[in-house]
Ligand binder design. Structure first.
Ligand SMILES: [Zn+2]
Length: 557
């Protein structure tokens, strides 16, 4: 399931609403979907094709053929498609019907009528006219390698293209010319064909520096080139050494747009071995300063190291992994990562060693905390429980917020409790500093199900409306009267500042409260009093009252 809230946060309410409306109005036709991608046709002003690429419940790339996507990260069609992704059934909607209508209409015509209509279209559109002529002429022509190179120039001219329609046309032309290119190139000897594809990829890479393709029109082309490239590469009669070098130069540290992973080119075990050797050779050639703070991030080195790292991981070779990570390390955090690597492989001595190296470097505040947290883990692994506890406690008291507390608890879970009285100690500490950190105290009590203490604390301290709301929901079952009091306080805090966002929040919270109240069969009386009371207290806040009346009419008569 996609995280819809993240999408809504990204697009803003207006676009999100429009996307929702498209789905509700059945304007989305799902064409294909799996875990990692979804394509759909969405009908708005015209029919648009949408493609979403998905990883870990997030959209990593969204493309749409509409104009809006060139200035938005995400258009309404993408929103609609994302929402459709989360729906269980793949219904096909209105979009298909429109297409179907046109298709049926055309099928009823005679070839002569169709040709007439087609001629009308082509004569109206000089670009299409030229393209069609080109296709016809290319059929009877024969193309040598040199002619095909010229086709690449025709397909991917070097010029600045920025406007959405122009970019769309640019790739439309590219695809059509390249269709002719592929048709003829495939007849060439493998090595010549491969060289041409290589040329095409390099040219596309260069062209993209001047074509603003934020809408992602290039992807079909990129995929096609990658497919052909892999297929031809496997058939080349090159030595493994030469192949390995090519993969490194062109895939590992190659074109920006290349979406093919290096191992897709490594079709045999022998080639794989040679490839890793050449990678290692390249890595060894790169010299880095011994002192880590003198290093800059070396992208080249980083890329070269990835295949070697993956290999070391698959073989479970921790020292090799550490060595590679150390070579490309350029910050204190990188060293902490090596320490962590040893730690999860039960080698606490090396973990300590690398942590010490990290501790010798100058550290910023957030890095200091990173070091402390790692120190706790290492000390726990080494059996230095008292030290680990002291450090964990220090981390907590440096930033006594609820997040810190949860971290403390996590360390306790991870390492076994070192201080049996830690809960008491935390509570005392929080109460001592509590006036400053009033919310933490309440969260602490709620977290440990100490509802009485939570209620007592909230009675005599300032707490924000979110926490009051949370508290009141928890109290419904045991002490409904108190629940009503906190609910009333939370809503009042919210509504006394007039703004629509807060009003909506208040209503959404009240709805939750009422639902849970009824689920617990607490009867209508107190609820009616609460709602009428709120209505009376805020009768000057007209928007709020309107919402109240619309949502809770049953209790307000
Ligand atoms: Zn769109």
């Amino acid at each position: 399931m996609l995280d819809i809230e993240a999408i809504s946060a990204e697009t803003g309410a207006t676009i999100f609403k429009k996307g929702e409306q498209l789905l509700i109005n059945k304007k989305v036709a799902v064409k294909s979907r799996n875990e990692n991608s979804m394509t759909a046709k969405v009908s708005g002003q015209s029919v648009y094709r949408v493609k979403l690429e998905i990883a870990d419940d997030k959209i990593v790339r969204a493309s749409c053929t509409c104009p809006a996507i060139s200035y938005q990260e995400f258009c309404k069609h993408c929103v609609a498609t994302a929402l459709a992704f989360n729906q269980q059934d793949d219904q096909c909607f209105a979009v298909e019907d429109d297409e179907h209508k046109i298709r049926v209409h055309l099928l009823q015509k005679t070839p002569e009528q169709l040709v007439d209509q087609l001629m009308d279209f082509v004569l109206d559109d000089p670009v299409k006219y030229k393209r069609l002529l080109f296709q016809i002429e290319s059929m009877s022509k024969s193309y040598a390698s040199g002619d095909l190179s010229k086709l690449l120039i025709k397909a991917l001219p070097m010029r600045d293209v920025g406007e959405y329609d122009k970019v769309y046309d640019y790739f439309q032309n590219a695809e059509e010319v390249l269709a002719v290119f592929f048709e003829h190139a495939v007849k060439l000897p493998v090595s010549e064909y491969f060289a041409l594809i290589d040329k095409a990829s390099a040219r596309l890479d260069k062209a993209l520096q001047r074509v603003d393709d934020s809408a992602g029109h290039r992807f079909a082309l990129v995929e096609l080139l990658a497919e052909q490239s892999k297929a031809m590469f496997a058939q080349l009669d090159w030595s493994d050494q030469k192949k390995a070098k090519w993969v490194i130069e062109n895939v590992v540290i190659g074109y920006d747009f290349n979406t093919t992973a290096y191992h897709e080119y490594l079709s045999t075990q022998e080639l794989r071995v040679t490839f890793l050797k050449v990678c290692q050779g390249e890595v060894d050639k790169i010299e880095v300063p011994v002192a880590i703070i003198e290093r800059e991030q070396n992208w080249h080195l980083y890329q070269l190291i990835q295949p070697l790292l993956e290999d070391a991981v698959s073989k479970g070779d921790v020292h090799k992994q550490a060595k590679l990570l150390a070579k490309s390390a350029s910050s204190l955090s990188d060293l902490v990562k090596i320490s962590e690597l040893y730690l999860i492989n039960d080698d606490e001595f090396n973990a300590q060693d690398w942590l010490l190296k990290a501790q010798k470097l100058p550290a910023r505040d957030n890095e200091k905390r990173e070091l402390q947290l790692q120190q706790i883990k290492v000390d726990s692994a080494l059996g230095n429980r008292q030290q680990a506890w002291d450090m964990a406690w220090q981390c907590f008291t440096q930033q006594p917020n609820f997040q810190s507390y949860l971290q403390l608890e996590q360390h306790i879970e991870l390492t076994g409790s070192f201080d049996v009285d830690y809960l008491k100690k935390v509570e005392e500490y929080l109460l001592k500093t509590g006036r400053k950190h009033s919310a933490v105290v309440l969260e602490f009590y709620l977290h440990h199900q100490r509802l009485d203490d939570a209620a007592k604390w909230a009675m005599s301290n300032d707490v924000d409306y979110n926490l009051l709301a949370k508290l009141s929901l928890r109290l419904i079952d045991e002490t409904p009267k108190q629940a009503i009091i906190f609910c009333q306080r939370s809503i009042s805090d919210l509504v006394q500042v007039s703004n629509n966002h807060r009003n909506t929040k208040a209503i959404s919270y009240l709805t939750k409260f009422v639902t849970q109240w009824i689920d617990n069969s607490q009867g209508d009386n107190l609820l009616k009093i609460l709602l009428k009371d709120l209505r009376g207290k805020f009768d000057t806040k007209r928007n709020f009252v309107k919402l109240l009346d619309a949502n809770f009419a049953d209790y307000l008569d």
